[in-house]
Write a new protein. Structure first.
Length: 459
């Protein structure tokens, strides 16, 4: 090769290299990874926690629950006067008003209907399953109308308090058999809107469900004799399985379901380590705040870690999410696309049991500029003691000189946010406005080639 040609070739290579370097320099976006710890603050979050029970006809005080740190209400629908008749319009209006009142107060509902809630002597369930099915058909339009208020529906209807013992429709001992279980649960599944779960009183009843007839992913568990005796007053069938095997059965169910209950007495199972072990195994989402007071007082007086056993359990009921780390651009130029990665941890007893959506929010002083949903993620898959990595690409074109990135969590079916109490709060120390956690702030400099810089991320 002649010398001039060689020089031209080398010069071309040099120019091409400079061009590649220049393009790479322009495209390069430096990133920073930030890590965070879980806060110990008590959170009032939807669809989990302690609940307070109200009769649907007596709602006095329900408007004070949020002020008392409660976001769940148990609505007991007493049908004692309708064992031999259809539900009256007045009784149906009572249910409608109760669910509306819960919604107006930003509460989620655990619902149960039964033929008597006062004591075992004041009950008499129907002698015909058709009567119960007829009542469900009457109730169904109202339950569907307030689908967004329901957390779970306990199967109810049979026996005292609807707890599936001593029923007129059961065997010689009042216990429901497989045919009755499947017929009633099928009627409940048809009457209650998806994806609301139907909670059964014993694991043994759950095992009787015919998966060809019923969607088993909607069958949850409630134990109203938690920690009471070795069998939890007959909840666990110790003639065929051990207590540990029954607990492991609930733990092994692969669905995110709203399991809950209440405790009747102090015993060996209410002691700290045993109680925490069992609450985790049954993936408990909700627990009675008023019953049993002796157990709750014991937990309040039991030191645990840096607080009390009661506070520790309160924090872990259901889901408890916090952002463990974030990776985001430390600076970028206008027009560049950059990625936000958020690793979120769940340290609760359970996954969230209803569909919720995470949204990345870009805002400035004037308000929200963009809402970017993380559409391909099912947050119900964020199981206890696991993490999920959320990713979002952001186009910086058109962004103002100063803006904030935040994250918000809302129920997927929610088309309009009208009550901030229905939004999920993280166990982080981020600044929160209108349910939006501020995770990063950016500001553009005034250089000849201006860049956006990450100026702070609160922890």
């Amino acid at each position: 090769m002649s010398k001039p040609k060689k020089i031209v070739t080398l010069l071309g290579l040099f120019v091409a290299t400079l061009s590649i370097v220049g393009v790479s320099w322009f495209l390069y976006i430096p990133q920073v990874k930030l890590t965070f710890n879980e806060s110990d603050k008590q959170l009032i979050n939807p669809s989990r926690g302690f609940y307070v029970q109200f009769d649907t006809g007596h709602l006095e005080g329900i408007n004070e629950l949020h002020n008392e740190g409660v976001s769940l209400v148990f609505l007991a629908y007493d049908l004692i006067d309708f064992v031999d008749s259809e539900l009256s319009n007045e009784k149906l209006s009572e249910l409608d008003l109760a669910l509306k009142t819960a919604k107006d107060n930003g509460l989620k509902v655990i619902f149960r209907a039964a033929y008597g809630f006062s004591n075992a002597q004041d009950f008499s369930d129907p002698h015909s399953l058709d009567r119960i099915k007829g009542h469900l058909i009457q109730m169904s339009p109202i339950l569907n109308k307030y689908k967004d208020v329901l957390l779970t529906v306990q199967a109810g209807f049979l026996g005292p308090w609807g707890e599936w013992h001593d029923s007129n429709l059961g065997d010689q001992n009042g216990k429901p058999g497989p045919q009755l279980i499947n017929e009633l649960v099928k009627a409940l599944i048809d009457a209650v809107p998806q994806p609301i779960s139907i909670a059964l009183r014993r694991p043994g009843f759950m095992r009787e469900i015919d998966p060809e007839l019923i969607d088993v992913s909607r069958i949850a568990f409630h134990n109203d004799a938690l920690f009471s005796t070795e069998s939890d007053m007959g909840t666990y069938e110790l003639d065929t399985l051990t207590r540990e095997e029954e607990l492991n059965y609930i733990s092994s169910l692969p669905y995110a379901l709203a399991n809950g209950g209440e405790m009747p007495m102090i015993g060996v199972y209410t002691e700290a380590e045993q109680a925490l072990k069992e609450l985790a195994l049954i993936k408990l989402t909700y627990l009675n705040l008023k019953y049993n007071k002796d157990v709750l007082d014991l937990w309040e007086s039991t030191p645990y870690q840096s607080s009390t056993l009661f506070d520790h359990i309160s924090n872990k009921l259901g889901y408890r999410w916090f952002i463990e780390s974030m990776t985001l651009a430390s600076s970028f130029r206008r027009g560049q696309n950059f990625t936000v990665k958020i690793e979120m941890n769940n340290v609760g007893f359970s996954a969230i049991t209803l569909p919720y959506t995470a949204e990345l929010i870009i805002s400035d002083e004037s308000g929200i500029l963009q809402v970017l949903p993380f559409e391909s993620y099912d947050l119900r898959e964020l199981s206890p003691n696991s993490t999920i990595l959320l990713k979002m690409n952001i186009n910086s074109k058109g962004l103002p000189k100063s803006f904030t990135i935040g994250i918000r969590f809302k129920e997927t079916s929610m088309t309009q946010i009208i009550d901030e109490r229905t939004l999920i709060k993280l166990a982080n120390d981020f600044i929160v406005h209108d349910g939006i956690h501020e995770i990063a702030n950016y500001q553009e400099d005034d250089q000849s080639l201006p860049q956006f810089h990450l100026i702070n991320s609160e922890n």
